[in-house]
Design a protein around this ligand. Structure first.
Ligand SMILES: [Zn+2]
Length: 415
């Protein structure tokens, strides 16, 4: 069994949004109360409370305190579970000690089995604007309208999570337990493979000669982010003006995040539709980030290699196709033709020139071909790789550096 999450955008009235915010504050208080009780228990009896004790304690607190009664009982128990999991992670040495939470950082509620109802799934709009909408009732909070943009098994939902984003957006996440076999099955023999070299100048270079320019979404928004960040730091912590600026800043960051994910998923879908095997390098992203200048670190963060890798892998696995990670050691220094190593290659060199056999090729293209070779797939036409353009990927708009104007995102170009 594997758990899969389906996330939908949710809309609600201002009243419901206010109720949700209040509930989050209450849940945060309950979390902190549990933390406090646990600390007292530990000081008094030198023991930690079990999961069931914590759940019972949450219910007792809810019984005694009218404020906590605003929460649905299962939601209150789930707060206890969340604290329990945080503490377990601490005891296993995986995380820091659970701290007192601040209300503006406590942003989601979970309804385990009951307390929610999905109804009135309907189609709205015509033609291209056709969408499926549904109504979700969350006990003690109210009604939400969901945009169901994809099909999901409504009958197998095991948990519903409502999440408020710092920008004010609300998403509802359904957890569904699925059989592992429901993933796409391989269609028999594996016919073709693609090697993908990730980089800063070009986000992805494919072994067939196509490449994706790095749109650097964070770097483009940096000026605005800096301005907002400065403005935020001048405001009184948790004051209304502080919260307003915080929301604007969060919107900016969310836009960047959405842009990236959108682009990654479209690239993934494109590749997975054309190829059976994906060859990726096993990058040590953390190691890369620790080395290098400030600018380079920023660009590495902006490129989100880990996320890109995860998305590409998912798009292939989902369709029952194969992903082969190969060691990245020296992949850009190795000659694709003779296997010799060019020790003098620096980060600035855009063209790979082999000192042993004189082979010359674009640096990233050579690296992606080397990756393909390491995985045991040798492209048929060695080494003359055909270059061909691809129609641009329809992506989200991207902000121009400094200004508010949106422009078309860069897409695949002839190399
Ligand atoms: Zn060579």
């Amino acid at each position: 069994m594997r758990v899969r999450a389906y996330r939908f955008r949710a809309y609600c009235s201002n009243t419901t949004a206010r109720v949700l915010k209040t509930q989050l504050e209450v849940a945060c208080k309950l979390y902190n109360a549990l933390l406090h009780a646990e600390q007292e228990e530990y000081e008094k009896n030198k023991r930690t409370m079990s999961k069931n004790e914590l759940r019972q304690l949450a219910l007792d607190l809810r019984k005694r305190n009218t404020e906590f009664q605003a929460l649905h009982s299962q939601v209150a128990q789930q707060v206890a579970e969340r604290f329990y999991q945080a503490r377990e992670r601490f005891l296993e040495g995986l995380a820091n000690k659970p701290k007192k939470k601040k209300p503006h950082r406590y942003l989601s509620l979970v309804y385990p089995q009951s307390g929610w109802k999905l109804s009135d799934v309907r189609e709205v709009g015509l033609g291209k604007n056709k969408k499926r909408r549904a109504r979700l009732y969350l006990s003690k909070i109210g009604f939400f309208t969901l945009v169901i943009h994809r099909v999901f098994p409504e009958s197998q939902v095991s948990q519903v999570c409502v999440k408020l984003y710092p920008s004010g957006r609300i998403h509802v996440i359904f957890l569904v337990e699925e059989e592992a076999e429901t993933l796409g099955q391989s269609s028999g023999e594996l016919k073709n493979a693609v090697g993908v070299d990730l980089g800063i100048t070009r986000l992805a270079t494919l072994s067939d000669g196509r490449y994706l320019e790095n749109p650097k979404p964070l770097e483009r928004s940096l000026e605005r982010i800096r301005m907002l960040q400065r403005s935020l730091s001048r405001k009184r912590f948790l004051s209304n003006n502080w919260l307003k600026t915080k929301t604007r800043l969060a919107k900016e960051h969310e836009h960047i995040k959405d842009f990236r994910r959108d682009l990654f998923f479209k690239l993934g879908a494109l590749l997975a539709g054309e190829y059976d095997v994906l060859v990726l390098e096993d990058l040590d992203v953390q190691g890369l980030i620790q080395s290098g200048t400030k600018k380079r670190r920023l660009r590495l963060h902006d490129s989100s290699f880990s996320e890109l890798r995860a998305v590409l892998e998912w798009e292939f696995r989902k369709r029952g196709k194969l992903v082969l990670p190969v060691p990245s050691y020296n992949s850009s220094r190795e000659c694709f033709l003779c296997g010799g190593i060019n020790q003098s290659l620096t980060l600035e060199d855009r063209v790979f020139l082999c000192p042993h056999c004189g082979f010359a090729l674009d640096r990233d293209l050579n690296a992606s071909l080397v990756l393909l070779k390491r995985a045991g797939w040798v492209p048929p036409s060695v080494p003359a790789v055909e270059l061909h353009p691809i129609p641009p990927l329809p992506t989200l708009g991207l902000r121009r550096q400094g200004g508010a104007v949106r422009q078309e995102a860069p897409a695949f170009r002839r190399g």
